[in-house]
Ligand binder design. Structure first.
Ligand code: PNW
Length: 474
């Protein structure tokens, strides 16, 4: 491991951990909170592994003080969390619920008092069910409702939070939620998925404008994209064409409007048999194209893509969950392959070079825009040893290799300001329920006790020293 030596980060580097509201909070019926699409979906038989729901999750709503104290003890200096829309604005319309906002105020104050920088994501997939009943993201009004919600939260927390993110991974919201149906609301309509993508772009733009109107000038506004690393199986034209289609549907469909004010022409062309995009109204693309202060990148694994003609027989891997319906509307003649290498428990190939590639791509696509790795991490089958410790050497190796890749990107000229490990602690892993553990901190689901894994100790030391400790340090 040659990169193990002299990997040091600047003192200003943000060493964070990330979570999201539905995955950790629980308390789904407290203080006027109403169901989100994830409450409805997780209570639908067959939708999640073992019928798991976020009803209790890891009870962070009641244990946030201890969780913040734990982060501080580990040595983290940043924390990325999301606000639950139905906790703050239960019907998705009208005035905010004071108790909902107060929870996030207390959380933020607790973080600040421990010297941990809060980073707020407004939307991490928990749309108020009432807005889904009115049509959800395929409908334009949802984007307007989002702007109103952004305004409420900005007003309430703008005096104490400097880092804001509009949407987390709109690709998942649009294409897993309305295309393949493996995420809430579980719809499987390719045109609805494309309409959702457009209204998420619009929501990002309107939400950014709403935030700007209430936040002080020092505040930073960003979006977190799971802009995926798409690799062609070969340089043959038909494989390159397959990779282009998937890249447009994974990345260009969002960063086109958000960063450049236009959808890629190749995307409009490929989807033309499905939709004429007539829901894109005059001015929408200019609205989506707001000046940003930073860009968040979430990275787990690359995708390897070819023309279906060049696919060897046998099981094909698309890392996006089993469904008879595609999360790639309009894609034709495309096959997915398992990239070579070791895998995590999700079946996702471990490929730190992909993170370097992703960062360098966005350094070019968005020159001058500071980047944050807003999610990166891995699930492994962790267990408590007889001595009460949780040893996760695979996760330590994963983090070490990916942080070394970030460091390499910085050395190559990228402006990366921070890294947020997914996740602070084990939590509700969406349709996989509690079976997949992404945490640096282990959660005993019988007692909800938290036990820092060796990766948490390792990462904490990296955060405190600005250098990557040896992989066997803990
Ligand atoms: C991200 N896919 O989700 C989310 O932002 C987190 O909430 C989640 O827990 C984490 O990654 C781990 O999965 C994804 O199918 C879910 O490609 C699915 C995919 C990607 C990201």
């Amino acid at each position: 491991m040659p990169e193990a030596q002299n990997v040091s980060f600047p003192p200003s580097f943000l060493w964070g951990a990330a979570t999201s509201a539905y995955q950790i909070e629980g308390a789904v019926r407290e203080n006027g909170r109403t169901p989100s699409i994830w409450d409805t979906f997780s209570h639908t038989p067959g939708a999640t592994a073992d019928g798991d729901t976020g009803d209790t999750a890891v009870d962070h709503y009641h244990r946030y003080r201890d969780d913040v104290a734990l982060m501080a003890r580990l040595g983290l200096n940043a924390y990325r969390f999301s606000v639950s829309w139905p906790r703050v604005q239960p019907t998705g319309r009208g005035p905010a619920v004071q108790a909902g906002l107060d929870f996030y105020r207390r959380l933020v104050d607790e973080l600040l008092s421990h010297g941990i920088k809060p980073s707020v994501t407004l939307y991490h997939w928990d749309l108020p069910q009432e807005l889904e009943d009115a049509g959800g993201w395929p409908e334009r009004d949802t984007a307007r409702r989002f702007a109103e919600y952004a305004h409420l939260v900005g007003e309430a927390l703008g005096d104490r939070v400097d880092q804001w993110t509009t949407l987390n991974e709109p690709w998942c919201s649009a294409f897993l939620g309305y295309g393949s149906g493996v995420h809430a609301p579980g719809r499987t309509d390719p045109v609805a998925a494309l309409r959702a993508a457009h209204h998420l772009n619009l929501a990002h733009g309107l939400g950014t404008q709403a935030l700007r109107s209430v936040l002080p000038a020092r505040a930073s506004v960003a979006v977190s994209l799971n802009s995926q690393v798409i690799r062609p199986l070969s340089q043959q034209p038909e494989d390159l064409a397959a990779a282009r289609q998937i890249d447009d549907l994974a990345c260009g469909v969002f960063h086109g409007p958000m960063l450049h004010g236009a959808y890629p022409a190749t995307l409009l062309e490929a989807t033309s048999p499905l939709t004429d995009w007539s829901y894109v109204l005059d001015g929408d693309l200019a609205t989506a194209h707001q000046p940003l202060d930073a860009l968040g990148l979430n990275y787990y694994t690359p995708a390897l893509v070819s023309s279906a003609r060049n696919a060897p027989a046998g099981p094909r891997a698309d890392a996006h969950g089993a469904s008879a319906h595609s999360p790639w509307p309009g894609a034709r003649d495309v096959a997915f392959h398992q990239p070579p290498g070791d895998r995590t428990e999700m079946g996702w190939t471990i490929d730190p070079g992909g993170l370097h590639e992703l960062i360098m791509r966005y350094s070019r696509e968005a020159p001058g825009l500071p980047l944050h790795v807003t999610e990166n991490g891995a699930a492994f089958p962790d267990k408590v040893d007889d001595d009460g410790r949780v040893r996760d050497p695979e996760r330590v190796a994963y983090l070490h290799a990916h942080l070394a890749a970030v460091h390499r990107a910085v050395a190559d000229g990228a402006d990366v300001r921070g890294y947020y490990l997914w996740s602070l602690m084990d939590n509700f892993e969406w349709s996989y329920g509690y079976a997949k553990r992404f945490g640096a901190v282990y959660v005993d689901y019988a007692t909800l006790d938290r036990i820092p894994k060796s990766s948490a100790l390792w990462y904490g030391q990296a955060a405190r020293t600005g250098q990557l400790p040896p992989v066997d340090a803990f």
